[in-house]
Design a protein around this ligand. Structure first.
Ligand SMILES: Cc1cn([C@H]2C[C@H](O)[C@@H](COP(=O)(O)OP(=O)(O)OP(=O)(O)O)O2)c(=O)[nH]c1=O
Length: 194
């Protein structure tokens, strides 16, 4: 099976390569709009939007069976849904809210597979609970100055310097980084057995 990753995220690329997949990267530039109200609905909607966009663009040029993989990640805390911060000020607001508390990280994944004349679509999500230690304003400001928060949901990367503030995690670590690779592997295995 040929895989096409509909994502510009270097983390998703890295996770998929580490797991031994060979794939093409074709980032989607579809506008990220969702009618969903819960974090689970939103990440599934946006993952499907990205996968559909790339499926439509690539479909005509494919000569063999293929699967498009789209994904989206958000952070949720107390009814608020946090995507990437617009600027440093918003990053500070987000991280101040998350410090010393437990939040959820949702990643939605959408697979669109073509096998022979058949097309299959499968969408799912994983949720991971992350607890931060208390973090001082000074620590937050020096982290924000590194620029690390700006391209990440919830304004932090668990895989970078902010790791020193992570007290506990419950669920799949890779889901926080942007791709629940083990669930993805099992979903692909089921899809390919159809
Ligand atoms: C919470 C968290 C998020 N992230 C990243 C994962 C995602 O790349 C990003 C959320 O943005 P997304 O919109 O999910 O993805 P993206 O814009 O990076 O890539 P694309 O839309 O092309 O697929 O935040 C981390 O790298 N570490 C973390 O700890």
């Amino acid at each position: 099976m040929k895989y096409i990753l509909a994502s510009a995220s270097p983390r998703r690329r890295e996770l998929l390569s580490q797991a031994g997949f060979s794939f093409e990267v074709c980032p989607s530039d579809a506008e990220e709009k969702s009618g969903g109200s819960s974090p689970a609905e939103i990440v599934e909607d946006l993952a499907a939007l990205k996968a559909r966009d790339i499926f439509e663009k690539c479909q005509a040029s494919q000569t063999e069976d293929f699967t498009v993989i789209g994904a989206d990640t958000v952070v949720a805390y107390n009814g608020e849904i946090l995507g990437k911060p617009a600027d440093e000020e918003e990053a500070l607001d987000m991280l101040s809210m998350l410090a010393d508390r437990t939040h959820q990280v949702y990643t939605g994944v959408c697979l669109i597979a073509v096998k022979g004349k058949k097309k299959y679509m499968r969408t799912f999500h994983e949720c991971t609970l992350v607890t931060f230690y208390p973090v001082t304003r000074g620590e937050l400001l020096s982290y924000i100055r590194t620029g690390d928060p700006l391209d990440k949901a919830g304004a932090y990367g668990i895989q970078g310097p902010f790791a020193v503030h992570v007290k506990e995690i419950r669920g799949d670590y890779n889901n926080v980084v942007g791709l629940p690779i083990a669930r993805l592997y099992h979903e692909l295995r089921e899809l390919e057995a159809l």
